[in-house]
Design a protein around this ligand. Structure first.
Ligand SMILES: [Zn+2]
Length: 314
């Protein structure tokens, strides 16, 4: 949010009233809202707004979760695609900044008020998000973005669902990551001592999410087959599925690519623990030679974790 103060896009009558009482406070920003506690708001009115319709003037950003919420600056007017999206943003912001925020009860399913519990409840940080029927979405209507509290340990915003999102990459790399490692991470990264039960649940939720994304990828296999056929005319693509009570379960996939400009197929086979051969990777190249094989194998070696560090013998 550039500049300072809060910007109201209310009706002109309200704007004129407020113009006579302009105060500036760079941490307090809000939108005019009859249901919001207006006496807490300090107002600087947007003078370039000529619209008589509330909420239609000005272009507001739609929230997109940044890589880190640690230095996030809340911008009044920001749209959130759902209440859950707003709460997730609040949770991430609170945990990454070690601020103990309290997410208020969802008032009539239309409003969410968040306060800071720091300084024994005296910290003035406030966020207020409401559903705006005219645009059918949630909007940050007010923010007092200044903490007078200190950072706190054992943030109550931590829950298994939020944690599961944060450990998904770790679980993807190692499905049996130890619960104790998750607890250590919680303490190290967010200064929260996470219970064994919560860590365990978070790991299960992350594993389910990963499974779910694999399932979603299989759902796109028809699209993949069509795309292969479209972009390599003359190729043979066969997909075999089994019918399980109306649900189609993937069984086999056959691809024989005949690229328009020719080309050759290179494949690398591996041998499993039962001594059976299985294809590991394939590439279509313009011609089979030392150069194309090196290119293919270099990529494959990187994909399999790179070359081991072989030290020359002393
Ligand atoms: Zn605070």
């Amino acid at each position: 949010m550039g500049g300072s103060g809060w910007v109201s896009f209310g009706k002109r009558k309200k704007i004129n009233e407020a113009k006579n009482n302009v105060q500036i406070n760079k941490h307090v920003r809000g939108l005019s809202d009859d249901e919001c506690e207006t006496d807490e708001l300090v107002s600087l009115v947007g003078t370039d707004c000529d619209s008589d319709d509330e909420d239609t003037c000005g272009k507001f950003p739609t929230f997109f979760m940044p890589k880190s919420m640690a230095d996030y600056e809340w911008e009044v007017g920001t749209y959130f695609i759902s209440k859950e999206e707003f709460i997730k943003a609040i949770r991430t912001y609170g945990l990454q900044n070690e601020r103990n925020l309290k997410i208020g009860k969802n008032d009539k399913k239309k409003r969410v008020r968040v306060t800071c519990l720091g300084s024994k409840g005296k910290c003035g940080w406030i966020a207020y998000c409401a559903y705006v029927p005219i645009v059918q979405t949630w909007q940050l209507r007010k923010i007092v973005d200044k903490h007078t509290c200190c950072r706190e340990f054992n943030n109550r915003l931590m829950n298994a669902k939020w944690l599961s999102g944060r450990i998904e990459n770790t679980v993807r790399e190692n499905l049996t990551v130890k619960v104790v490692h998750i607890r250590e991470k919680g303490l190290r990264k967010w200064k929260v001592s996470i219970s064994h039960t919560m860590s365990f649940r978070a790991r299960s939720m992350a594993a389910n999410n990963i499974d779910g994304s694999f399932t979603k990828q299989y759902k796109r296999i028809y699209d993949y087959a069509h795309e292969l056929r479209r972009s390599n005319s003359g190729s043979t693509i066969k997909l075999k599925v089994e019918d399980h009570d109306g649900a189609k379960i993937f069984q086999r996939f056959y691809i024989c690519l005949k690229a328009r400009f020719g080309g050759e197929l290179l494949t690398v086979m591996a041998r499993d623990a039962k001594d059976q051969m299985l294809p590991l990777a394939y590439a279509v190249v313009e011609v089979e030679n030392k150069y194309t094989w090196s290119w293919f194998l270099d990529i494959l070696i990187d994909d399999l974790g790179g070359r081991p560090n072989i030290r020359p013998k002393p």
